[in-house]
Design a protein around this ligand. Structure first.
Ligand code: ADP
Ligand code: MG
Length: 722
C-alpha cells in the first residue's frame, strides 16, 4: 500500500503511544512518566527479566535466605487478612508451585491486593526470600499475572519465554499489570516492529552476526529461547554503543578537519633553559616520549585534545610546566586548573621554583582570595599578556577573560566532570579573544589524571581525547608496604610503634576522612584527632594540623613546617589527597579507611615513599565492614599498581558512580554495562572510527546519519552539528 504524507504509516514510530489500541489517555500519561511518549519509545521499553521453566525457582529448592531476587511460577491456595495493632492490616497468601509452599505478605495497599490476589490466582511472583519460622516468605512481591493455562504450560516448560517489564506505581494506578503490559507489547511488536528502519549496512550486520533491528527488537520482547534473547540484546547494545562512540569519533574528526587551533612555531630558548638548566633532574624516557606527543599536537594548526594518564608521582606536573612554557614563549596565555586550592597553590610554588629567574610571569587565582585581589587579577588577565595562570574552578567563571589563551591544562580531571572539561574546550569560554576579527581559535587542551582509568571506561568517558601515558616512575622511589588493622584492637599499639619511628626521624601523615560530606564535621574529626594524638601517642612530638577551612597562608605554613620537619607529624583531612609533595614523608596512617573509596586511598598513599626511602601505609578500619569495604582494603594491601586498582575499583563499584559517571552529563547507557560489556565497548569503538573514516559526515550512510542526529546529537547539546 503506498504511503501518503499524514498517513499513519508514513512515520508510525513518531506517533504518540495512544495510537496503539488499548492505550487511552490515562495509560498514555502513565507511559509518559516512564519516558515513553512515541511508539518508538514503546518498542524500546524492554523487559527487565524473562521467565521460563529453567529460570523459575522451585519453592522446594529454597534453602535459607537467598541473596538476589527469585521468580516463582505458582498458584495461590489460601489467603487471609490479618488484623494488626493500631488498625494496620497485613494480607497473607500461600503460594504453591507443586514443590512446596511459600508465604507472600503485604503490609501496604492491602485492600487493593485483597481484591486482586485471590484463591486460584496464578502468576509469576518475584522478590527476595526471607525465612520466617522456617517457611520461606516474600514481602511485596512483584506480580506478573498469568492465565491458568499459561501457568501450567510454564511449569511444564511448554510455554514460550515470558518477558517481565519494569512496572511501577504509575502503572498500578491505571491497571497496567504485567499481563496487560505484555498484551500491549505483543500488539506493539506485532504491528510496528517492522516499521523500524535498519541503520547498519547489511555487510556490517553480516560481519558482526547481528539480527536486523526489527528482528532484534522482536527477540528482546518475545524470545523463543535464550539464544534469541541474547542476540536481541546484543543488537540493542551494539547500536547504543556504536552511536555513542560515533559521537566521539565524529567529534575528533571534526576537531581535526574543521576547528582551527594554534600552530606554535617553535620550542625556544625559554623552554630549553627550563629543561636543561632549571630542572634538577633528567626527564624520564616516558616523560620525553609524552613531551614529544604533546609538542607534535601543539605545532599542528588544529587544537590538541589530549589525556595524560600517569600514576601518582609519575611526574605530570613537570610536563605541564614545559608545555605551558612553550605556549608562553610563543606569545600566549597558558592556564593550569587544579581541583583544590591547596593543589593550585602547590603547583604555583613548584612553578615559581622551577621558573625562577626565567622571564615568565606566573599568576595564581583561587576562590579564597579577596575580592579586591581577584579584581586586580581579572584586569591583568583580560589584557592578554603572555604568561601562566594557575588556579581552581575560579578560572572558569564568566568574569575571567583570557583573550589570549593558547593552552589549557586540567589537572586531576575526574574531579571536574566531563561537562566542565567541555566548557573549557569551547572557544566561547575565551570570549573577547579575536585574532582576525571573526575567527575563534580553540585553545589546546591537556587533561591530566592521576588515577588510571580502565580502558573500557576511558573509551566511553574520554573517547574524544588522544591518550598519552607516563608509564614509568622517576628513579629512586621507595617501596610502600600497606597493612590494614582493626582499630578496636590495634590502634594504640600501632600508634606507639609509629611514634617510635617518628622519634628516629620518620615523618608521618595522619588522615581523617570526610564525615558525611560536611566540612564542619570533617574538621571536627581532624581537630579532635589532633588533640587526642598530641596528648596521647605522639606526646612530646610536634604535631601539625591541616584542613580545608584554614586560610591559604595557614595551609602553606602547615605544609612548610611538615616539609621542613619542624612538625614531623601532620594530622590532616583529605586535602592532602591530591598532588601534595613532601619527599621526606614515609608513613601514612589513614583513620576510618573503610570510608574511603579505592582510588582515594591510592591517591593518599601516593603521598609517601616519594623520596627514595621505603614507606608504610597503615589503614585503620572500624568494624563491621561491608563487602565492598573489605574488598577495597584487601586490594590496597595486595598491590600498588594504579591500573590494577582502577580495574578492581570499577568491578567493585560498577560503573554507576565510578568517577561520577552519573554526574558527568553524558547520555546514560540504557542497555549496555561498560564493565560487563567491555569487549563490545572496544569493538564498537573501532566500528565507529571505521564508519567515520569512510564517511566523516556519515552522508554515505543516510539511515545511520539520521539516527545519529536523532539520538546522539540531540541528547548532547554541547556539540552543535555541522
Ligand atoms: P604527579 O603530578 O604525576 O603526581 P609530580 O609531577 O608531582 O607527579 O612529581 C612527583 C615528584 O617527582 C616531584 O617531586 C617531581 O619534582 C619529581 N620528578 C618529576 N620528574 C622527575 C624526574 N624525571 N626525575 C626525578 N624526579 C622527578
Ligand atoms: Mg600531580
Amino acid at each position: 500500500m503506498p504511503s501518503t504524507p499524514g498517513n499513519k504509516k508514513a512515520a508510525p514510530l513518531e506517533l504518540p503511544v495512544a495510537y496503539l489500541r488499548g492505550i487511552g489517555p490515562r495509560k498514555a500519561s502513565a507511559f509518559k512518566q516512564v519516558g515513553v511518549t512515541t511508539l518508538r519509545d514503546l518498542l524500546y521499553y524492554v523487559p527487565r527479566r524473562y521467565i521460563d521453566r529453567s529460570t523459575a525457582t522451585k519453592i522446594g529448592s529454597i534453602r535459607g535466605e537467598t541473596k538476589g531476587e527469585v521468580s516463582i511460577i505458582g498458584r495461590i491456595t489460601e489467603v487471609q487478612m490479618v488484623k494488626g495493632r493500631g488498625g494496620t492490616n497485613r494480607y497473607e497468601a500461600a503460594l504453591d508451585d507443586g514443590t512446596g509452599t511459600l508465604h507472600l505478605i503485604w503490609f501496604r495497599q492491602t485492600n487493593r491486593v485483597r481484591k486482586w490476589i485471590t484463591e486460584g490466582f496464578s502468576a509469576v511472583f518475584s522478590g527476595k526470600v526471607n525465612m520466617y519460622g522456617g517457611i520461606p516468605q516474600i514481602a511485596h512481591p512483584e506480580v506478573m499475572s498469568l492465565s491458568k493455562g499459561e501457568a501450567v504450560d510454564l511449569q511444564q516448560g511448554k510455554g514460550r519465554w515470558i518477558a517481565l517489564y519494569p512496572g511501577g506505581k504509575e502503572f498500578d494506578k491505571v491497571d497496567l499489570d504485567q499481563r496487560a503490559l505484555r498484551n500491549l507489547m505483543d500488539r506493539a511488536v506485532g504491528e510496528y516492529v517492522h516499521s523500524v528502519p535498519e541503520i547498519w549496512p547489511q555487510q556490517l550486520l553480516d560481519q558482526f552476526k547481528l539480527p536486523t533491528l526489527s528482528d532484534g527488537l522482536r527477540m528482546v520482547h518475545r524470545p523463543h529461547n535464550a539464544k534469541e534473547r541474547d542476540l536481541g540484546w546484543k543488537r540493542l547494545k551494539f547500536d547504543e554503543l556504536v552511536l555513542f562512540q560515533l559521537l566521539w569519533s565524529w567529534s575528533r574528526r571534526r576537531n581535526r578537519d574543521k576547528v582551527k587551533g594554534i600552530a606554535y612555531p617553535e620550542v625556544g630558548g625559554l623552554t630549553r633553559a627550563l629543561i636543561e638548566e632549571k630542572l634538577p633532574f633528567q626527564l624520564t624516557d616516558a616523560q620525553k616520549r609524552v613531551m614529544r606527543e604533546i609538542w607534535n599536537d601543539m605545532k599542528q594548526p588544529h587544537p590538541m585534545t589530549r589525556l595524560l594518564q600517569g600514576d601518582v608521582g609519575s611526574g605530570k606536573t613537570v610536563i605541564a610546566l614545559i608545555a605551558m612554557c612553550i605556549a608562553v614563549e610563543n606569545g600566549h596565555q597558558a592556564a593550569l586548573m587544579a581541583p583544590t586550592e591547596i593543589l593550585a597553590e602547590q603547583h604555583w610554588l613548584t612553578s615559581r621554583k622551577f621558573l625562577d629567574n626565567l622571564d615568565i610571569h606566573v599568576d595564581l587565582l583561587t576562590g579564597s582570595m579577596s575580592e579586591k585581589e581577584r579584581r586586580g587579577k581579572y584586569e591583568r588577565l583580560s589584557q592578554g599578556q603572555p604568561g601562566i595562570i594557575i588556579g581552581t574552578h575560579a578560572l572558569i567563571q564568566d568574569k575571567v577573560k583570557l583573550p589570549n589563551l593558547g593552552l589549557t591544562i586540567i589537572d586531576e580531571q575526574h574531579r571536574f566532570g566531563v561537562a566542565q572539561r567541555l566548557k573549557l574546550m569551547e572557544p566561547d569560554h575565551v570570549k573577547g579573544r579575536n585574532f582576525d576579527g571573526s575567527d575563534l581559535l580553540r585553545p589546546d587542551v591537556l587533561v591530566m589524571t592521576a588515577t588510571p582509568i580502565p580502558r573500557s571506561l576511558a573509551l566511553t568517558l574520554y573517547g574524544d581525547l588522544d591518550v598519552s601515558r607516563l608509564d614509568e616512575m622517576p628513579p629512586g622511589r621507595g617501596m610502600v608496604t600497606t597493612k590494614a588493622y582493626n582499630a578496636d584492637f590495634e590502634r594504640q599499639k600501632i600508634y606507639q610503634q609509629i611514634a617510635g619511628r617518628v622519634r628516629k626521624g620518620d615523618r608521618a601523615y595522619v588522615i581523617f576522612p570526610l564525615v558525611e560530606q560536611s566540612e564542619k564535621l570533617d574538621l571536627a574529626a581532624a581537630e579532635t584527632g589532633h588533640e587526642e594524638l598530641s596528648a596521647g601517642a605522639f606526646k612530646g612530638l610536634k604535631v601539625g594540623l591541616l584542613h580545608g577551612r584554614m586560610k591559604m597562608e595557614e595551609k602553606a605554613e602547615a605544609m612548610r613546617k611538615f616539609a621542613s620537619g619542624e612538625t614531623p607529624v601532620l594530622v590532616s583531612t583529605t586535602v592532602v589527597e591530591v598532588g601534595v609533595d613532601v619527599p621526606e614523608a614515609t608513613i601514612m596512617i589513614i583513620e576510618h579507611a573503610e570510608r574511603f573509596g579505592l582510588s582515594q586511598l591510592h591517591q593518599l598513599r601516593g603521598r609517601i615513599g616519594r623520596g627514595g626511602r621505603d614507606g608504610f601505609c597503615c589503614l585503620f578500619f572500624y568494624p563491621p565492614l561491608g563487602r565492598t569495604a573489605e574488598g577495597r582494603l584487601s586490594i590496597m594491601q595486595k598491590t600498588t599498581d594504579g591500573f590494577v586498582i582502577a580495574e578492581e575499583d570499577l568491578r567493585l563499584r560498577g560503573m554507576g558512580d565510578f568517577f561520577g559517571v552519573k554526574q558527568s552529563g553524558l547520555p546514560p547507557l540504557r542497555f549496555s554495562d561498560i564493565v560487563e560489556d567491555q569487549d563490545l565497548v572496544r569493538l564498537t569503538r573501532k566500528v565507529a572510527d571505521d564508519l567515520i573514516n569512510q564517511s566523516p559526515d556519515l552522508r554515505q550512510f543516510p539511515a545511520l546519519e539520521k539516527e545519529f542526529r536523532r539520538t546522539a546529537l540531540g541528547r548532547v547539546g554541547w556539540l552543535e552539528a555541522g
